[in-house]
Design a protein around this ligand. Structure first.
Ligand code: WTA
Length: 701
């Protein structure tokens, strides 16, 4: 099926560009059967969404929604680059995801919740039941005095109560800020402080890898952390994993902590009218790591965001109301907000929620769930694909599910893993869309439209409809397609899914995403404001983009960005640590994992105890996801003469590469000491090219 059109691309690069050594992959075609049923079959769709029709082309997405009052202006650029979409329109996200589906799909499942313990039954929540629960929770929140514009932080696991509470907030215009459940209490606390939330909503416990985790303990740490940073939390609302029973050991704090299930008793059967909110009102915040320790709160709008995720769920994920759709991601990340909750529900989908880890109790679990529930659209990340392939390469064959389409998101997928996904998981029937995007972008940036474009392993495809990428080198010159060169990928135009700003930090928004390639900061013309994604990328001659990874000092672990500064500051919470540097290393399953180098304070003997506490500090401050693969105690960090730590050198050592010329360093001798410590006495470097994100890591100091 795959055409073999492999050719080596030769490259000659300047310092402003990134070298790419990549073999072209062959194409795979979608089946006739898939094409016949697809929502989007118009082969001219990318032309219709061409720049000549911008921004009006995006009416197609806005018109998929129900507006309380129609919008007057598609795109308002008067406060560039803070774009406003569908201005004048009044809308409610909760209404669009719940109420408007009642007439036709009231008794159809909105969510099917699959608990991690296999013996526990699924819970099906129909649109009618969802409507009832969302209204009761909205009544409860309103009863606490919360109103449009207030922020509420969630620290919730993957349970139906999470989307129910999100939709209850959306009904009133309360801005929700969900912190990934696996993040530590401290990480949650700093996000509470940044958003200025006075209410934290959490759950007592949840199942993870076979044990019932005491999650309430994190709430106490979060509240304390927020307080230390100057933000008081008045109320902690606690959902119960088993309603009516408290499943955590941590005591409830009288006057502060309340069980949701107790409070809800006063709101049974209540209805709360969805508030007609301005299109450009904020719907939620989603924090993401940046290069400094301070997380960035991407603020997403109601109208623009909802239009974008609804349109892309319909055309790219190809969701029909009759489908059983499973996005095996966590709602605590942007993928879950956009493509488990808002996009699918606005399309009246049946969306599967799975509580636990994909490989619990074994690597056949996802396929058993798919078979039992009749899942036909499956969405996951390369890290899960690699893990399932490693632990159970033959498992999918044992189960009779049939997927029509599959998606991948979060990091580049290696062609090898892609082919296993295609052959074994998709059984050579399902199309694969590789969707490239970011927390900040709300929805897909680079992807094929599955019934129209051929698939190419390792490449996400062209820009999504209405998304017009451009690749610049460091000087701002465009790198043309087919040149075999890579650079910084940007988007030429605004689109409705793009965040509105970073919460409370307009300057950082402009600086991080626009300043580099903007030539006139006063311009009100969107053409002057390309959006810089922060990824390295190249465009092949056929127009498909291949994403090389982050170009800033951010490590993508299992599809999730971790700020290096955040990890380094966590290490420095161990009093004996004087300096810390973190670098990404290649990992078979997770793609990249952090590896930590520390120097201890004078007089402190290096010990396993310090190493253990550094590991623990990372788990506590950030979460288990930040657990370093190794921690090395080094005599000194390799430094430039101006005293900057050369992370690039450490990254080369960690990844078994040659360190290159280090003679210009202030302390070249230490490099050899560190190298032998990590790689052993004999040289074990490989000549294999480093992946671009690691090669680039730490170069901009
Ligand atoms: C990476 C996740 C290659 C990329 C939605 C981006 C990808 C970062 C892909 C954003 C993909 C995401 N192919 N790389 N299909 N999808 N990335 O904010 O480096 O958690 O900048 O959003 O993940 O991660 P974030």
């Amino acid at each position: 099926m795959a055409k073999t059109a492999k050719k080596e691309e030769l490259t000659e690069v300047t310092e402003a560009q990134i070298a790419v050594h990549w073999k072209e992959e062959g194409y795979y075609q979608p089946s006739e059967k898939f094409i016949a049923q697809a929502n989007m079959r118009d082969t001219h769709i990318l032309e219709k969404f061409g720049l000549a029709n911008f921004p009006d082309c995006f009416r197609a997405y806005a018109d998929m929604l129900t507006w309380f009052e129609p919008y007057r202006t598609v795109l308002d650029t008067s406060d560039a680059p803070f774009w406003k979409w569908f201005v004048g329109g009044k809308i409610n996200a909760s209404y669009n995801c719940v109420d408007r589906n009642l007439a036709k799909y009231g008794s159809k499942a909105a969510f099917i919740f699959v608990p991690e313990p296999e013996a526990e039954p699924d819970a099906t929540i129909t649109y009618q039941q969802l409507h009832t629960s969302v209204n009761e929770v909205a009544a409860l929140l309103r009863g606490l005095g919360l109103k449009a514009g207030d922020r509420v932080t969630f620290h919730m696991p993957m349970v139906p109560e999470l989307p129910i509470t999100m939709l209850a907030c959306a009904r009133l215009g309360i801005i929700h800020s969900q912190v990934f459940g696996g993040f530590s209490g401290q990480a949650c606390g700093s996000r509470i402080q940044d958003s200025g939330s006075r209410v934290l909503i959490t759950m007592d416990s949840y199942w993870r890898n076979g044990s019932l985790v005491d999650h309430k303990a994190n709430a106490d740490i979060a509240v304390r952390t927020a307080k230390d940073l100057g933000q008081d939390v008045d109320k902690v609302l606690v959902w119960q994993r088993y309603p009516g029973k408290y499943s955590a050991k941590t005591p409830m704090v009288p006057g502060r902590d309340f069980f949701m299930n107790d409070l809800l008793k006063d709101h049974k059967g209540k209805n709360v009218e969805p508030v007609a909110l301005p299109s450009e009102g904020p719907l939620f915040l989603m924090y993401s790591s940046g290069t400094t320790g301070k997380p960035k709160g991407a603020q997403h709008s109601i109208g623009g965001y909802l239009a974008y995720v609804t349109g892309t769920s319909r055309w790219i994920l190809d969701i029909h109301p009759e489908d059983v759709y499973w996005c095996m991601a966590d709602i605590g990340w942007i993928t879950g907000h956009s493509y488990i909750v808002y996009g699918p529900l606005a399309n009246a989908a049946t969306s599967v929620l799975y509580e636990g880890v994909p490989t619990f109790p074994d690597a056949g679990r996802p396929w058993r769930i798919a078979e039992r529930l009749g899942v036909n659209i499956f969405h996951t990340a390369p890290t899960a694909i690699r893990m399932l392939r490693k632990l159970g390469p033959q498992e999918p064959r044992k189960y009779k599910y049939r997927f029509k389409s599959m998606t991948t998101v979060g990091e580049p997928i290696e062609p090898e893993a892609w082919r296993w996904y295609y052959d074994e998981v998709g059984k050579r029937e399902a199309v694969i869309t590789d969707t490239w995007w970011l927390t900040e972008t709300g929805g897909f940036l680079g992807t094929t439209v599955p019934a129209i474009h051929a698939m190419k392993p390792g490449s996400c495809g062209p820009g999504a409809p209405g998304i017009h990428p451009v690749i610049y080198d460091e000087t701002g010159a465009e790198i043309s397609k087919g040149s075999g060169k890579a650079g910084n990928i940007c988007i030429r135009n605004p689109w409705p899914g793009l965040m509105q700003t970073l919460w409370g930090d307009r300057d950082r928004y402009v600086k991080t995403y626009f300043a580099k390639y903007n030539k006139d900061p006063r311009s009100k013309d969107w053409r002057d404001w390309p959006f810089m994604c922060g990824d390295g990328a190249m465009q092949a001659a056929d127009g498909y983009y291949r994403i090389l990874g982050r170009i800033d000092d951010v490590i993508n672990v299992a599809g999730h960005r971790l700020g290096t500064k955040e990890i380094e500051s966590a290490c420095l919470t161990v009093p004996e640590v004087a300096e810390a540097a973190v670098v990404p290393v290649q990992d078979e399953v997770k793609g990249r994992v952090p590896e930590v180098y520390i120097a201890v304070k004078p007089g402190v003997p290096p010990s396993q105890d310090v190493i253990d506490r550094v590991i623990k500090a990372n788990e506590e401050v950030i979460g288990k996801i930040a657990r370093p693969k190794h921690v090395y105690i080094v005599p000194d960090m390799p430094k430039t003469r101006s005293g900057k730590i050369m992370r690039r050198v450490l990254a080369a050592i960690s990844n078994r590469r040659d360190v290159g010329d280090v003679t210009t360093l202030a302390n070249p001798d230490v490099v050899e000491q560190i190298r032998t410590m990590v790689q052993g006495k004999d040289t074990v470097t490989t000549r294999e090219e480093l992946p671009e994100d690691i090669a680039k890591f730490g170069q901009v100091e």
